[in-house]
Design a protein around this ligand. Structure first.
Ligand SMILES: [Cu+2]
Length: 263
C-alpha cells in the first residue's frame, strides 16, 4: 500500500475524531412565533379586492311581542299528524335575546354598478311538514332557486311576484325539485301554496352579494363591501322596512343597528 493512502486516511480520521472536543451540536432552531396571517407584518395589498370593508349589526325588537295564533293544520290531517306539538306562526319571530329573526338586510343603493357573478350552486327551499323551509331565502339574479317537496302530499308553489314572472305550479310528492330563476331584483316576494293557506315563504332577489337574513341572534354581516356610502335596508315581512345610511372605508368594520316595533 502506498504511503500517500495512509496519509490521506489519517487526515480523514482526524477530521472525524481528532482535535479535541467533538463539534458542538448545532443549536436547535429557534421556534418561529405562531402568527395568524392577519397579524403578520407586511406590505398592505394593492389588490382592490382586498381593500374592502364590513358592515355588520343587529336587528332588535322593541315592545311587546305580538300574540300569534298557532298554525292549525287540522283541515289537512296528513299535515297535522306531522306535528304532534302545535307550531307557532313564524310571522314575527322574536329571539330570546330580544332580536328579530327572518329580517332580510341588504345594500339598497350605492353598490358599484358592475356584474357580480352569481354562485353556481342553487339556493334550496324545501316543503317539509307542510311548511316552507327556510321562511326567508335570498337568490341572486341569474342564480337558480330549487324548490323541493319532501312531503308525502301534493303542494303548490306560487310566488306573488311584482317585478318577475309569476308562476303557479303543482308539485307532487317527492317530485323533482322545481328550478326557477328570477331576472329582476325584488324584495320579499310572498311565496304561497294554494292548497295550504298557512304555508308562506319570502323570496328576495338581489343583483349583488351584499345581503343577509337574520337568524337566532338577530345579527347580520355583509363582507367584502367596497369602500363607499350606502343605503342599507332591513325588511321584515310584517313589520315593514327601515333604511339607514352607512359609510364604510377600506379594511373598516361599521356597525349598524336596526330596531322594529310591533304594529
Ligand atoms: Cu302545500
Amino acid at each position: 500500500m502506498r504511503p500517500g493512502y495512509w496519509f490521506c486516511l489519517a487526515i480523514v480520521l482526524c477530521l472525524a475524531g481528532c482535535g479535541g472536543d467533538p463539534p458542538p451540536e448545532p443549536p436547535p432552531a429557534a421556534e418561529a412565533p405562531v402568527q395568524s396571517p392577519a397579524a403578520a407584518p407586511g406590505p398592505v395589498s394593492n389588490n382592490p379586492e382586498d381593500a374592502v370593508g364590513i358592515i355588520s349589526g343587529q336587528v332588535s325588537f322593541e315592545g311587546d311581542k305580538p300574540v300569534l295564533k298557532p298554525i292549525s293544520m287540522d283541515a289537512v290531517p296528513a299535515c297535522a299528524k306531522q306535528h304532534p306539538v302545535r307550531i307557532e306562526s313564524e310571522e314575527v319571530s322574536v329571539n330570546g335575546n330580544g332580536t328579530l329573526r327572518n329580517v332580510f338586510v341588504h345594500l339598497k343603493s350605492g353598490v358599484p354598478a358592475k356584474a357580480w357573478p352569481a354562485p353556481a350552486a342553487p339556493v334550496v327551499l324545501d316543503q317539509k311538514g307542510c311548511l316552507f323551509s327556510p321562511r326567508v331565502v335570498v337568490v341572486r339574479t341569474g342564480q337558480t332557486l330549487e324548490i323541493g317537496n319532501a312531503d308525502p302530499m301534493m303542494h303548490n308553489v306560487h310566488p306573488l311576484t311584482r317585478r318577475n314572472e309569476e308562476f303557479n305550479v303543482a308539485q307532487p310528492p317527492q317530485a323533482e325539485r322545481l328550478q326557477k330563476q328570477f331576472p329582476n331584483p325584488e324584495v320579499m316576494i310572498p311565496l304561497v301554496c294554494n292548497m295550504h293557506p298557512w304555508m308562506k315563504a319570502f323570496v328576495n332577489v338581489v343583483n349583488h352579494p351584499f345581503y343577509a337574513v337574520t337568524g337566532s341572534e338577530g345579527t347580520f354581516k355583509l363582507v367584502g363591501v367596497p369602500p363607499g356610502r350606502y343605503e342599507i335596508e332591513a325588511v321584515h315581512e310584517r313589520l315593514g322596512a327601515k333604511t339607514l345610511l352607512v359609510t364604510v372605508g377600506a379594511r373598516e368594520e361599521q356597525s349598524v343597528q336596526f330596531s322594529f316595533r310591533s304594529n
